[in-house]
Design a binder for this molecule. Structure first.
Ligand code: HEM
Length: 442
């Protein structure tokens, strides 16, 4: 018997925050909530649901928008029946902290060094709240206060204010959030015209994926369908250490900016090395029609963009690697937190700054965890077992090779430029599923 696969996406049921591009610039906050009383938790959902937008009525001009996810402990706190909880995948049931060794959260990145309450079983519900600018933050705060008013069993336990500056640059100074996959059936155009849209099942539960399968979804169907998973991480960035390393290693004809671009795979403006191998091209970087319209097939050795550069590791496109790129794609939602380090400063000022990274995808194991383990913290897939991602890998004094003629440049003694301060896996249910959770009577 063949399974009937419903390929038409229920865009009226999928949270817009999961799939839709965010405004740029914007300000916002991630808020984690503990649910001590399941009735209060359900009431909180009832109050949040009317504030959520589905993909179908997504309005990019909307001043504020919200997304809601629940950790496994959060589903338990709502008293979701055990037979339903058991249908969630094991990595989600365990949570990010329990997966630390597997995904490379070791040493300084280990959960015992995380910022409380991240990594604890207290993080139950996470709200991502976005506003088009800082003046609207008050509206957001008011919405949040109203949602938790007179709900004694609900405690906001963590908040991180985030923002994307008008130039879209992350804390190391590079334009981010350029490359995103196209998702079949959503009408959202990807940024790379050379990449065919990915099957919706890669990003939303209940639909066919790239393997042609209908992956198992949490049960009952009303709970799992149109949901997705989010892995969020508070990634502290050592901007002073990054700049100092570049200063110390920019010798000969290699400028600091050239070296940094080789780490990232793009110039600060966003211009990709694949199209602008020798120097930055701000016009190209600013042009959404061109700044992601490339492949790596004509650069097998990495003479233009190093094979080990961050962006090329994270999406090798048509380059030959061990494995299949399309099975490990993701939607990314990166936003800055903390103040930026003023240009030219090489001393660390002790400020907490970095990137709140959020992965969105249907498979935590095959997408997020695979990428963390194989593409960030290993190099075998590109034939460089001694190398890790130069920007975000756990280095342990690692090395990074910049292929060049006549001889390559090999950098040694890389420090960790990014440290994970904590995170969690969340399930981002569809709107019907949220209502089902709110109406539980167990
Ligand atoms: C502080 C941490 C990070 C920084 C500063 C950073 C920075 C960047 C920058 C500047 C780009 C190029 C812009 C673009 O192509 O959109 C990029 C691309 C990308 N990054 Fe990161 N990133 C960080 C963490 C991560 C993590 C943890 C992951 C996944 C586990 C990741 C996955 C990706 C992907 C998939 C791309 C797009 C590659 C492409 O399609 O060409 N990044 N990142």
């Amino acid at each position: 018997m063949t399974t009937q696969i419903n390929t038409s996406l229920e865009l009226g049921d999928i949270q817009a925050a999961a799939l839709m591009p965010r405004p740029n610039p914007y300000a916002g906050a991630y808020v984690a909530v503990r649910i001590d009383d399941r009735q209060a938790g359900r009431e909180l959902l009832r109050r949040l649901i009317p504030l959520l937008e589905p993909v179908s009525s997504f309005d990019p001009g909307r001043p504020v928008s919200l997304g809601v996810g629940l950790s496994f402990a959060g589903l338990e706190a709502l008293n979701v029946p055990a037979e339903s909880l058991a249908t969630f995948p094991p990595e989600f049931q365990q949570g990010m902290a329990a997966r630390a060794d597997y995904i490379g959260d070791v040493g300084e990145n280990a959960p015992e060094n995380w910022e409380a309450p991240l990594g604890s079983k207290d993080v139950h519900l996470v709200v991502a709240a976005l506003a088009r600018d800082t003046s609207l933050m008050e509206t957001l705060v008011r919405l949040a206060e109203e949602a938790v008013r007179d709900l004694p069993g609900i405690s906001p336990i963590w908040q991180l204010d985030v923002h994307v500056p008008p130039d879209g640059r992350e804390q190391f100074g590079f334009k981010d959030s350029i490359s995103e996959p196209a998702v079949e059936g959503t009408g959202i155009l990807g940024s790379n015209p050379h990449e065919a849209p990915l099957k919706a099942g890669e990003f939303v539960l209940g639909y066919e994926d790239e393997n042609g399968d209908l992956p198992p979804i949490p049960q009952p169907e009303v709970l799992g369908r149109n949901g997705t998973y989010v892995a969020f991480r508070k990634l502290h960035q050592r901007v002073a250490a990054f700049r100092t390393y570049l200063r110390q290693n920019a010798t000969g004809d290699a400028s600091e900016e050239w070296l940094a671009a080789k780490f990232v795979g793009r110039w600060p403006s966003g211009a990709p090395l694949a199209l602008a191998p020798d120097k930055d091209d701000p016009e190209l970087g600013a042009d959404p029609e061109r700044n992601n319209a490339f492949m790596y097939g004509d650069d097998p050795r990495g003479l233009k963009c190093p094979v080990g550069a961050h962006a090329r590791r994270m999406n090798a496109r048509d380059a030959v690697i061990t494995g299949e790129v399309r099975l490990h794609r993701m939607i990314r939602r990166g936003t800055n937190f903390g103040p930026s380090l003023p240009p030219g400063v090489l001393e660390d000022d002790g400020a907490d700054r970095g990137l709140l990274f959020a992965f969105v995808g249907a498979r935590l194991d095959r997408q997020f965890e695979f990428v963390q383990r194989q593409w960030v913290n290993d190099g075998k897939f590109i034939g460089a077992p001694a190398e890790r991602d130069p920007l975000i890998g756990v280095q342990d004094g690692g090395q990074f090779t910049v292929p060049r003629r006549p001889i390559r440049r090999r950098l040694q003694g890389l420090p960790d430029f990014v440290v994970n301060r904590g995170g969690e896996y969340c399930f981002m249910p569809g709107l019907r599923a949220l209502r089902w959770l709110a109406d539980l009577d167990t």
